[in-house]
Design a protein around this ligand. Structure first.
Ligand code: ADP
Ligand code: GLC
Length: 487
């Protein structure tokens, strides 16, 4: 077999060490999935406290020089046993060791020097591609989301041979900063131009990546098409259209070592498509844990989500009174927008036997909710891929989703013909309106009363293997093509 292709993955978070959303799940699953494709992937991460704590046998590889106002730092290498992989970590305590999350302080205010914190990440990636570690040099650098967006630009400045891939997980977060900070980034003045990092007078990490990367991917085929339209392009559709021959959509997978009802240690009882008894136990345990009425026959809907505009939860809020009236139960885990948090909490207080809301971030509870509920709601305004509907499919928890992005690519509505053909796997609505969602909710309630059909839907979803092997082979092909270009 040929020597493995060396690839450096550059990202800001990685499951299980540090996670704020689906990006971490993807970053955590890809290196292992790619190993089977003869790809030797190492990861570069900022030295946030949980990352440093997870790094085993760290050794200092090099000193990273200052670039403009981007401070010098130490580059460490070691193993991340929790992620079963090799990693580089940037030790820069003044940038990364702070109260709060990776991107914002405890009051959710973005750190004012985020441009420097993440330019540090991008420069480090370019230095590694430039051979700063004599023992390992990547032929491909794969950067994720805006945090790593300057990577291709920094690689060009160092004239490295490696090719770059940039994955858009969410075009809504662009890494926009006032134009004045450009001088601090250590890049030559010529980069602050329309074909560089400049975006309407501002610095845009996302735009720089879209402009410079040798290949651009996003996390579902449909989102790859949507972002080329004015409605969903977030101001970058023109640029994306101009790079359409470099842009593709590779659907995310499910990491079955983490999300599988047959092996999940976080849930009350394990189960499979052939034997769903354990799922009923999970539901009963969940109702007891959340103080909901112990009622196996009541339809239990769940939400596990960031509470942001993207996720479309005002549609659920509008439908809650009628849902409660009709006897459904709702269990929500999320955090984010303070108004949404308050609105849902107030309804839970008024109907404690029917509505339970848990604010904050709780990984094991997310598993218990997805295993114990009958339906998982993802009524997003836009959704690059979405992972919770995939977890729902794997757990026999039928997704109710809006027909957008990766949700549209992965859930088949229960039309009569789709039921007849055993293709239906959930409930899909189109218009972003409470009425359209209500119609899908009522389809779910009606079918829930038909146990044979319900079980058929569950089994159709559970039989789908959205495993990472499929995505990994697409990434491996892309890397191979790019590396071949440069050979
Ligand atoms: P996004 O990345 O846009 O937030 P995804 O559906 O791709 O959406 O991924 C969300 C991930 O974060 C899933 O793994 C989901 O289980 C998890 N998650 C979201 N909110 C919470 C929460 N409050 N507690 C625990 N896990 C959460
Ligand atoms: C982003 C998107 C989500 C996607 C995730 C992982 O956070 O919002 O749709 O599943 O990235 O790619």
């Amino acid at each position: 077999m040929a020597a493995p292709l060396t690839v450096l993955q550059v990202c800001a978070e990685m499951f299980p060490l540090l996670k704020t959303g689906g990006l971490a799940d993807v970053a955590g699953a890809l290196p292992q999935a790619l190993r089977a494709q003869n790809v030797d992937m190492r990861v570069l991460l900022p030295g946030f406290a949980p990352i440093l704590a997870g790094l085993q046998a760290p050794r200092e590889v090099a000193r990273l020089p200052a670039r403009g106002d981007v401070p010098a730092a130490r580059l460490l290498a070691g193993r991340l046993p929790a992620c079963d992989g090799d990693a580089y970590v940037i030790a820069a305590p003044e940038l990364y060791l702070r109260q709060g999350g990776p991107y914002a302080d405890a009051q959710q205010r973005p750190f004012v020097d985020n441009h420097l914190r993440f330019a540090r990440l991008c420069w480090a990636a370019a230095e590694i591609a430039n051979g700063i570690d004599p023992q390992w040099t990547p032929r491909i650098v794969h950067a994720h989301d805006w945090h790593a967006g300057l990577t291709p630009t920094c690689m060009r400045e160092l004239a490295v041979a490696a090719k770059s891939v940039f994955t858009i997980h969410n075009l809504a977060y662009q890494g926009l900063f006032p134009g004045e900070v450009f001088d601090q980034l250590g890049l030559p003045a010529a980069c602050f131009a329309m074909d560089g990092v400049e975006f309407y007078g501002q610095v845009s990490f996302m735009k720089a990546a879209l402009q410079m990367a040798d290949a651009i991917t996003t996390v579902s085929p449909r989102y790859a098409r949507e972002i080329q339209t004015c409605e969903q392009g977030m101001g970058l559709d023109g640029l994306l259209r101009s790079r359409a021959n470099r842009l593709s959509g590779i659907l995310n997978g499910v990491d079955a070592t983490v999300w599988s009802p047959a092996h999940d240690a976080a849930i009350a009882a394990t189960y499979s498509a052939q034997d769903l008894d354990g799922k009923a136990l999970c539901k009963a345990a969940l109702q007891a844990e959340l103080g909901l009425q112990a009622a196996p026959q009541r339809l239990l809907l769940t939400v596990v989500s960031r509470l942001t505009e993207q996720k479309g939860l005002p549609l659920l809020l509008a439908n809650l009174p009628a849902l409660i009236q009709r006897g459904a139960q709702i269990a929500m885990l999320g955090s984010g927008d303070a108004e949404l948090e308050q609105a849902f909490t107030a309804i839970a207080k008024a109907h404690p036997k029917q509505v339970a809301v848990r604010l904050g971030y709780d990984e094991p509870l997310a598993h218990r909710l997805i295993a114990g509920a009958d339906v998982i709601l993802v009524p997003s305004l836009f959704e690059p891929c979405g992972l919770t509907q995939l977890y729902g499919l794997a757990y026999g928890t039928l997704p109710l989703v809006r027909h957008v992005g990766g949700l549209a690519d992965t859930v088949v509505d229960c039309s009569l013909e789709a039921l007849d053909e055993h293709r239906a796997s959930g409930f899909v609505f189109h218009d972003f309106s409470p009425e359209a969602m209500d119609a899908a909710l009522r389809r779910a309630e009606l079918l829930y009363g038909q146990p044979t059909l319900w079980q058929q839907l569950q089994q159709t979803g559970m039989a789908q293997t959205h495993d990472w092997a499929c995505a990994a082979s697409c990434y491996a092909k892309l890397y191979g093509d790019l590396a071949g270009d440069s050979a």
